[in-house]
Structures are given as C-alpha cells and as structure tokens.
Design a protein around this ligand. Structure first.
Ligand code: ATP
Length: 313
C-alpha cells in the first residue's frame, strides 16, 4: 500500500471577484472549497490511478472534520492523528483578469503529545505500507529533522520513502537516504545555492543531492520535462507541448505517478513515462491534484525518455 503523509493540510478556498479594491467591501461572485495540501493532491491522483492509498498526518477542529468528510466522499482511506488546534484555511482570490492573490495560514502549532500520538498512528500502518510519501512543509513547532526521523523509520521497516519537501527540512532528511526526492529548479537553487540553467548544471546538482544521501533524484522542469538520476544512470525526459491551464499540483501528480509505478515494479523508462504523463494531465486541467486516465494513457505514449550515455553529455 502507498501511505501518504500530509502534516499541514488545508481547506483551499477559492473566491472569484470582479477586481480587488484595497480597503473596500469585496463582493464575491463564486466560491469553491477543496481538501488541499501537497500530500492530499498526491493521494487523490494515486486513487484516480486505481490504487487504494492511505492518507495520514494531522487534522483538527471543524476544518479537520471537513477535510475528513471530503476524503470519505472520495472513498479515500484516512487515518489522521487528531489534534486540538484547528487545521488551516488557504484563500486564493481570483479577479476577472485572472490575477490570483493568495493568503496562506501557517497552520496549527504541534506539541510533543501530538508527535507521540502521530508516531503511534504511524507505527500501526507500517506493516501494510510499501511506500511512504511525505509531501509539503511541517506544521509550526515541529523539529527540523522530523522527516529524517521518518526516513529512518522507513529504512528500518524496508519501506521506500519518497520525500517532496524543500529547504532545511529536505537537506537534513537526506541523511536518512530517502528513496526518491523531487526538487524543482527553484528548490535546488535555494538548497544548494547554485545556478542551474544548462543540462550539465542540472545533472551536477542532481549528483550533489545523491552525494548528500538521496538514492534517486528527479529534478522536474515544468514544460521542459525532467532529469532523473541515481548512482548508475541518468535519464532525460522530454514532454510534448500541451495547452496548460493550471500547472499547480503537477509536481504532486508526478509524485503520485512515481509512487504507483514503483508499487507496480515498473522499469525506469515506464516509471518516468507514468510520472510525467500524470504531471502533464494535471497541467491540462483546472483542478489541482487531478488527472484524467485517458490523458495519462495518451501522453504515456508521447513522453520521450532518453538514457544519457555519460553524465557529461
Ligand atoms: P507543483 O509544486 O506546482 O506541484 P513542481 O514545480 O513541483 O509543481 P513541475 O516541474 O512544474 O513541478 O511539473 C512536474 C511535471 O509535470 C513536469 O516534469 C512535466 O512532466 C509536467 N508539466 C508541468 N508543467 C507542464 C507544462 N506546462 N507542459 C507539459 N508538462 C508539464
């Protein structure tokens, strides 16, 4: 089973307004609320791909109940750790000219008791977990090395740990040798403080991340596809040109494709085809963390995966 960890999920609320006037009353023309957070996007796409993922993490208060309810409606298994504080809201205000203004709450403050409860909940699902995906940032007050602790738990239980986070949390977690990480170009610049423009620079950055402890590194490059490497091989992926309408969540959909492909023991070429075709399909749909199976099948055939002969190519 694929278990997906979201520490800081949110109710993502979208408001449409004609235009924002600062200091004025705003009339909202339409609203939409969804269960959001990077891990929940991964979970939803794994479900669409035909798996039965389990969603875990922290949920609290009225907002937590709302998210649980939404997941139940989608028939997504979930076993969240209950906390006293309220799960956050994130607000995206979209004007008629499609300008988007986001308000992101920090989310709950987690204490030691919450972590102890979470660890017991995690322990109870380890046996049935083959792949553990952790996506997104921590809640407030969580120790910076918490993903490393989880990575070590995975290592001790023979679970493949896929980690999609950024900054210091990712850097520290590399010491637990995660099976796969998927930084994008901006996250790499921030992490390694290097410029990555050319293919050589991207591969160099990937090699650095392998050196720092990752077993496999995928550097996703939006419409330019991705570079995927481990200590034996380097692959370059090119994706077809498509009409993208919303690329938010493409990275999460890619992670879902990786998780499902790894669970199904795909070879690297087919794994990369599945991961990228999920990212492409997400980009073609307005909904975040959503893919259409017929599009995934179509782009699976069109994604080009090339094994690079030598890392200096
Ligand atoms: P997010 O954080 O919003 O989830 P990300 O920055 O982690 O996204 P991207 O690199 O933007 O991830 O996208 C992941 C994958 O999705 C790409 O490697 C590619 O396969 C696909 N993809 C994304 N944007 C496009 C696009 N405009 N056209 C075609 N494919 C795309």
């Amino acid at each position: 089973m694929i278990t997906i960890l979201t520490f800081n999920p949110s109710i993502d609320r979208m408001y449409r307004v004609n235009s924002i006037g600062i200091g004025e009353v705003q009339r909202v023309t339409s609203t939409k609320a969804t269960a959001g957070g990077k891990g929940l996007n991964v979970t939803k796409v794994c479900k669409i791909l035909g798996e039965e993922p389990l969603a875990i993490g922290f949920l609290g208060g009225f907002n937590g109940e709302y998210i649980k309810n939404e997941l139940n409606k989608l028939e997504i298994k979930n076993k969240f750790t209950a906390i006293n504080q309220e799960t956050r809201n994130c607000l995206n205000i979209i004007e008629d000219n499609l300008t988007s203004t986001e308000f992101l709450e920090k989310g709950p403050v987690i204490d030691d008791q919450d972590l102890i409860k979470f660890e017991a909940d995690l322990e109870s699902v380890l046996e049935e977990t083959k792949i553990l995906v952790a996506s997104g940032s921590y809640c407030q007050n969580m120790p910076i090395d918490y993903y490393k602790i989880i990575g070590n738990i995975c290592k001790n239980n023979n679970i493949k740990f896929i980690l999609d986070t950024s900054g210091e949390a990712l850097k520290v977690a590399l010491e637990s040798n995660p099976y796969l990480i998927k930084p994008n170009a901006d996250e790499i610049k921030q992490l390694l403080n290097i410029n990555i423009e050319s293919k050589e620079e991207i591969i160099y950055a990937g090699l650095k991340l392998l050196e720092m402890g990752a077993q496999n590194v995928c550097i996703s490059l939006g419409k330019d596809g991705m570079i995927y490497l481990n200590n034996d091989e380097v692959y370059e992926v090119k994706v077809p040109k498509v009409e993208a309408v919303n690329t938010v969540g493409s990275g999460d959909s890619t992670i879902a494709g990786f998780s499902v492909g790894i669970l199904r023991s795909y070879d690297t070429i087919n794994l990369l085809k599945l991961a990228n075709s999920c990212g492409i399909s997400n980009a073609m749909n307005i909904e975040t963390g959503f893919v259409k199976l017929d599009e995934v099948e179509k782009y699976y055939e069109q994604v080009q995966v090339k094994k690079l002969e030598c890392i200096n190519n």
